[in-house]
Design a protein around this ligand. Structure first.
Ligand SMILES: *[C@@H]1O[C@H](CO)[C@@H](O)[C@H](O)[C@H]1NC(C)=O
Ligand SMILES: *[C@@H]1O[C@H](CO)[C@@H](O)[C@H](O)[C@H]1NC(C)=O
Ligand SMILES: *[C@@H]1O[C@H](CO)[C@@H](O)[C@H](O)[C@H]1NC(C)=O
Ligand SMILES: *[C@@H]1O[C@H](CO)[C@@H](O)[C@H](O)[C@H]1NC(C)=O
Length: 304
């Protein structure tokens, strides 16, 4: 957050006096909400995250909503959604959440598009403060193998982006600097992805099982995944429900339940599924296009 240094220090010292969860009186305020915006967007765009924040505040009076800003300005926030190493972004966010006194009793998280998989990384890597519900709105949990309609006012960035990804998404220089390369998932060269993806292959346990990731993800109360039925931005759309192309080709997709990630239960998703913790929601419309009514009916229940 772009807090002036003084306020920042005040917040940090306030944290030291914050009551521990055990000694605190029962919580009556609504659980806070942390949101993470998508590619080419920013924390506070009145047409996107700003509007969602308003809707939530309107329906849940008194709720604390934190829309994450990655960087010091809105422009930086937007640029970082393309160029700031995701592992660094997740570390930054973990630090912000740990320091924020308003979140210490736990929070719900809502990620939009790539913000969905980034917040899942936060859940897996940073269990404190605890995330309660994770709501992924059009997130790509098995990555993407194409960005057919990279959106927004950044079309020159998008053209360059596609070229770079096709040329060498898995080279070290590109991996470390280009956000979309870090969740680029080539189903034909699955080996290359598994060995070289510095973000997605790590959080999806492609190179081995980190029990901590498994335990932390399973601690969620609900993991809600929204898929947009008429999505023209994400390839394949099944990734929004954690499905992907069957390995070795890029035509046929398989659902999460048929992936080895699930059958071997490397991430605890099978166990969560059996426990009814995975919620698969479908929305008619293009990427991130939903009505207020749809939001209130389908997502609000996970926030109250
Ligand atoms: C597993 O994940 C935790 C949390 O991010 C990390 O601290 C630890 O180093 C990881 N372990 C391995 C073996 O990568
Ligand atoms: C991936 O790593 C494995 C194990 O280190 C190695 O055998 C394999 O050749 C690598 N494949 C590619 C395409 O880099
Ligand atoms: C959206 O996709 C669904 C499922 O594929 C389809 O039934 C529906 O007609 C589509 N709606 C629009 C507006 O294209
Ligand atoms: C998924 O697995 C089930 C059970 O093994 C099988 O019946 C189904 O055909 C598979 N679906 C796909 C798309 O592979």
């Amino acid at each position: 957050m772009a807090f002036p240094r003084l306020i920042h220090l005040l917040l940090s010292s306030a944290l030291l006096r914050w009551p521990s969860p055990a000694s605190a009186s029962p919580r009556t305020e609504p659980l806070p909400l942390v949101m993470w915006h998508g590619m080419g967007d920013s924390c506070c765009n009145p047409l996107s995250m700003g509007a969602v924040k308003k809707m939530v505040e309107h329906k849940i009076p008194g709720i604390y909503v934190l829309s994450l800003e990655i960087g010091k300005t809105l422009i930086e926030d937007m640029e970082n959604s393309f160029f700031l190493n995701v592992n660094h972004q997740v570390t930054l966010v973990c630090e912000m959440l740990a320091k924020n006194p308003q979140l210490q009793h736990g929070y719900n998280a809502m990620g939009f598009s790539q913000g969905g998989q980034f917040l899942r990384a936060v859940a897996q890597r940073c269990p404190s403060p605890p995330m309660i519900n994770l709501i992924s709105v059009g997130g790509q949990h098995q990555g993407v193998y194409g960005l057919p309609r990279c959106p927004g006012e950044s079309s020159h960035i998008c053209d360059w982006l596609r070229k770079t990804l096709n040329l060498g998404a898995y080279t070290k220089g590109v991996q470390e600097r280009l956000v979309q390369a870090e969740y680029w998932h080539d189903p034909i060269k699955e080996d290359l992805y598994r060995n070289n993806s510095i973000f997605l292959a790590d959080i999806n346990q492609e190179r081995g099982i980190n029990e901590t990731y498994r335990k932390n993800l399973m601690a969620l109360k609900n993991f809600v995944m929204v898929k947009f039925l008429n999505d023209s931005v994400v390839d394949p759309v099944d990734s929004e429900w954690f499905g992907f192309y069957r390995s070795g080709q890029a035509k046929e997709t398989i659902p999460l339940q048929n992936t080895s990630l699930y059958t071997q239960d490397r991430l605890g998703l099978k166990e969560m599924d059996k426990a009814g913790k995975l919620v698969f929601l479908a929305a008619e419309g293009d990427h991130l296009q939903f009505s207020e009514e749809w939001f209130y009916t389908n997502l609000l229940p996970f926030l109250v």
